[in-house]
Ligand binder design. Structure first.
Ligand code: NAP
Length: 488
């Protein structure tokens, strides 16, 4: 243990998770913190996703740290640049920048049973050690391209939505858009007006809800600044609304039915052509995939320069995607809005725990962890936004804050017992997972494919409950769930 029994900590990642964790530790006097960031800037997904229209569909007063309220959000659903700026401001105010090593991509991390320390190696060959390791790499940091034959043969330009190539001019071009997730629904209305033709390749239609967006006016900024209670009320209102809808996912199916009716009314109101409406009508339960919010996605698809293809893509040819009916859809640009490797937690970092055990082996049938945070046989390892901590509805920043408080308590336990490592016992973790899986069996996430489930169908990403139910359960670290082992 280092001076003053303050464990040293390495955090991987400087998105909301890494920044929130570092702040929580520093506020409790833990200052020996190193943050390793593979890029040259902080921000995680809010640095990476710069596609036109990139924004958060969780209202900003809720999608922010409770201890860092921002009275002057430009909009209720602020854009990527505003959120990225917010994170910069927070990191500056908490003086985190000196703790961050940029361009430091972690390759592997190994726990040494004898010293009770983690050795973390970056791809540039540098090794660093610390008592505590906290990966905060997110669930959506690795873009996924579809496994389509010929994908490299396309003669035009192509890119993934999370790696938007701003040098590619879309004006007057024939653009093929693959995917209908939360990303696509945001950039399609932005690019449709300027392209010659937009062909949307839809494998599964999305449930789309109206978005109650608003630009906050200067008077509201003043009100929020002078009366913090007003901003808190806005935050609380959205929190309560998301909690209510979350209840529909597991507890009260009638809520989900009511939300489904709102989505159908939205579609019927915005799309009058019966053939297009039929194509855009989901045939699986609402909530199975992430619900989406947009007022301009359907209208964009009704424009004369847009078409929706529902035949499956069988290959990418040099001229464009070929569909199962044999048609080649000629395109100048292909945009892959095809999501992320969400179930491959921590990939491609290799983590070796007690006795050299690999985390990927422990997770062979799917990632799992005690409340998504700790894993048996991986001492002093704490995950931020780990398995089963994603939400169908709600703010991940709220979840991250809950986890950061829990992990800070675990670090306090370590500080109180110098010369020990802390590890979750196998029994409570197993009991937790059995109960979790039973609850997950009752969710709508079982009835379609999505990034919430791994290849074998196990739901590895989502928390089957409300934000508050998660926060309450991890309010305190229960010492009985953990084993303290002496190190030499
Ligand atoms: P996604 O939700 O995983 O969507 C990927 C899309 O690509 C799906 O429509 C999928 O179809 C389609 N696809 C994949 N392979 C295909 C193929 N071979 N042919 C045709 N279609 C194919 O990815 P995303 O839109 O990037 O969103 C990922 C997550 O990021 C979201 O769920 C959300 O958590 C987060 N996000 C959040 C916001 C926000 O505002 N908060 C915004 C953007 C993203 P299937 O549905 O048939 O699989």
């Amino acid at each position: 243990m280092n001076a003053g029994n303050r464990p040293s900590v390495i955090i991987i990642g400087s998105g909301f998770g890494g920044i929130g964790m570092a702040i929580e530790l520093r506020r409790s006097g833990f200052d020996d913190i190193t943050i390793l960031e593979r890029a040259d800037d902080i921000g995680g997904v809010w640095r990476e996703n710069t596609y036109p229209g990139a924004a958060c569909d969780v209202p900003s007063p809720l999608y922010s740290f409770s201890y860092e309220p921002k009275p002057d959000w430009p909009q209720r659903y602020s854009g990527q640049a505003a959120i990225h700026d917010y994170l910069h401001g927070v990191a500056d105010r908490h003086r985190l920048l000196p703790h961050i090593h940029f361009g430091a991509e972690v390759a592997d991390a190994e726990f040494d049973d004898t010293s009770g320390r983690w050795t973390v190696r970056t791809t540039d060959g540098i090794s660093r050690t610390a008592e505590v390791l906290i990966p905060a790499v997110g669930q959506l940091s690795r873009p996924a391209l579809p496994d389509l034959p010929g994908i490299d043969t396309f003669a035009g330009r192509s890119f993934h939505s999370a790696e938007w190539d701003h040098t590619v001019e879309l004006t007057g071009k024939r653009v093929a858009c693959i995917g209908t997730g939360a990303s696509a629904i945001q950039y399609i209305p932005e690019i449709q007006p300027r392209v010659e033709h937009l062909t949307l390749f839809q494998r599964t239609p999305a449930w789309v809800l109206p978005k109650f967006d608003t630009d906050y006016r200067p008077i509201q900024h003043k009100l929020f600044a002078r009366l913090p209670g007003a901003l808190l009320a806005e935050r609380f209102g959205w929190w309560a609304a998301t909690e209510f809808v979350a209840l529909g996912l597991v507890e009260i199916p009638r809520i989900a039915s009511a939300v489904g009716a709102v989505a159908m009314r939205h579609l019927n109101k915005q799309v009058s052509d019966p053939a297009l409406r039929a194509k855009l009508t989901p045939d699986y339960p609402i909530g199975c995939k992430r619900g989406l919010f947009s007022n301009d996605y359907f209208p964009a698809l009704t424009q004369p320069n847009a078409s929706v293809q529902t035949a499956a893509i069988t290959e990418i040819t040099p001229a464009g995607p070929r569909t199962a009916d044999g048609t080649v859809h000629e395109a100048d640009v292909i945009i892959y809005g095809t999501g992320f490797k969400g179930t491959e937690f921590l990939w491609p970092i290799t983590i070796y725990g007690r006795g050299g055990r690999k985390l990927s082996d422990a997770w062979q049938s799917g990632a799992h962890a005690y409340y998504g945070i700790t894993v048996p046989e991986f001492p002093n390892l704490f995950l931020i936004y780990g398995p089963n901590t994603n939400l169908g509805v709600g703010s991940i920043v709220y979840m991250i804050e809950s986890q950061a408080r829990y992990i800070r308590q675990a670090v306090e336990l370590l500080a109180a017992r110098p010369g020990h490592s802390l590890e979750v016992r196998a029994d409570p973790e197993q009991r937790f997972n059995t109960a979790l899986q039973q609850r997950l069996d009752r969710t709508p996430w079982n009835f379609c494919s999505s990034w919430y489930r791994n290849a074998s169908g196990r739901i590895t990403n989502n928390w089957p409950g409300t934000q508050i139910s998660y926060r309450r359960r991890i309010r305190r670290v229960k010492a009985a769930d953990y084993r303290l082992t002496p190190t030499s």
